[in-house]
Design a protein around this ligand. Structure first.
Ligand SMILES: NC(=O)c1ccc[n+]([C@@H]2O[C@H](COP(=O)([O-])OP(=O)(O)OC[C@H]3O[C@@H](n4cnc5c(N)ncnc54)[C@H](O)[C@@H]3O)[C@@H](O)[C@H]2O)c1
Length: 309
């Protein structure tokens, strides 16, 4: 049996990845770890380790623990400490032979003002403006270093903003695209913290989870990028999400009150060229903005539960 460990399993992405892996590979095949216990009961069927790092052996480790962009700007040194030290811990464990294959996510936050805005190429200059982005940039090069120097099989993607209905977003600049659906599902107006026309690359959770597992399942020989692969799906503005929601909920009201997160969003590209991921391991996004709107509104309304703000 392939043994897998997800670190940061209680987070927005972690919950989704754990549920998919339980379904695809069996509950026994996935252990989970976090500094808090996941609120999702199904996720807790997996063995829970109260650890940051582990000295058990795993075939695959998914290291998702991090402090995200907006929270990181409030606590820059703590963000650096968590994001870098925890990555170095797992890279060291992989170097020692405790982990066969390691997944660590980077982000579009590695890009910045000097990066092309549209269809940003795989090898565009990295120009992060946030501590989070700096930690992802440094992390990408640490990954490549451990691969080249010690043969560590570490794989990575630069996720765009991730949107899912199962959990509260973790303090990122793209969180509005999750929050908006919870308000729309309650028939309440939503006030967006980004400008109406701020286009950003985004991805529905099912695509993100599938892409992650496809990358981890690809033969080693196919992986040519050992920093991090660009990963694209859709690009939209807050106003376009509002339009998509209004197709189903014509009364939905969207207001704007941009805050400090707008400056972070403005430094990021609006769309991604992910042809390297397509060429190397066949990446293809599936979910469009209108698909996502239906999936989000249905899931939130069916569960009839929204998180508190
Ligand atoms: N959500 C997005 O839009 C997005 C976009 C790009 C990249 N990413 C990356 O994906 C990963 C997961 O993001 P997310 O949205 O699920 O974040 P999240 O904040 O929702 O989850 C992170 C989890 O890590 C846990 N954690 C913190 N410190 C820990 C420690 N010392 N040991 C173990 N666990 C710890 C937290 O309790 C939390 O449950 C992160 O690396 C993030 O940078 C996310």
């Amino acid at each position: 049996m392939v043994r897998r460990l997800v670190i940061g399993a209680a987070g927005q992405l972690g919950i989704e990845l754990v549920l998919r892996m339980q379904k695809e590979f069996g509950v026994e095949s996935v252990d989970i770890s976090d500094i808090r216990v996941p609120e999702n009961d199904a996720a807790m069927r997996s063995k829970f380790l109260h650890l940051d790092a582990t000295d058990e052996k795993y075939d695959e480790v998914y290291h998702l623990a991090a402090m995200l962009s907006a929270t990181g700007e409030k606590k820059p040194l703590a963000a650096w400490d968590l994001n870098m030290q925890s990555l170095l811990n797992v890279l060291e464990a992989a170097k020692e032979g405790l982990i066969k294959r390691l997944f660590w996510p980077s982000s579009i936050a590695v890009f910045g003002p000097s990066t092309p805005k549209n269809r940003v190429p795989q090898d565009a200059p990295l120009d992060p403006t946030t501590v989070y982005g700096i930690s992802k940039q440094a992390g990408e090069f640490w990954c490549r270093y451990y691969h080249e120097k010690y043969g560590v099989d570490v794989r990575s993607v630069r996720y765009p903003g991730l949107i899912g209905h199962r959990s509260v977003p973790g303090g990122g600049t793209t969180d509005y695209a999750v929050d908006i659906y919870h308000f729309a599902a309650k028939d309440e107006p939503y006030t967006c913290f980004l400008k109406a026309d701020q286009a950003l690359p985004m991805m529905y959770m099912d695509d993100a989870v599938r892409g992650t597992l496809e990358l981890m399942g690809a033969p080693k020989s196919k992986i040519t990028v050992r920093t991090s692969y660009n990963l694209g799906a859709m690009s939209f503005t807050p106003s376009e999400v509002g339009e998509s929601i209004r197709q189903q909920r014509p009364q939905f009201e969207l207001r704007y009150a941009p805050d400090q997160r707008q400056a972070i969003a403005a430094s990021w590209p609006s769309s991604i060229d992910d042809s390297a991921a397509n060429r190397d391991w066949g990446w293809q996004p599936r979910i469009t903005i209108d698909d996502m709107t239906s999936l989000m509104l249905d899931a939130i309304s069916t569960k009839n539960e929204t998180f508190e703000h």
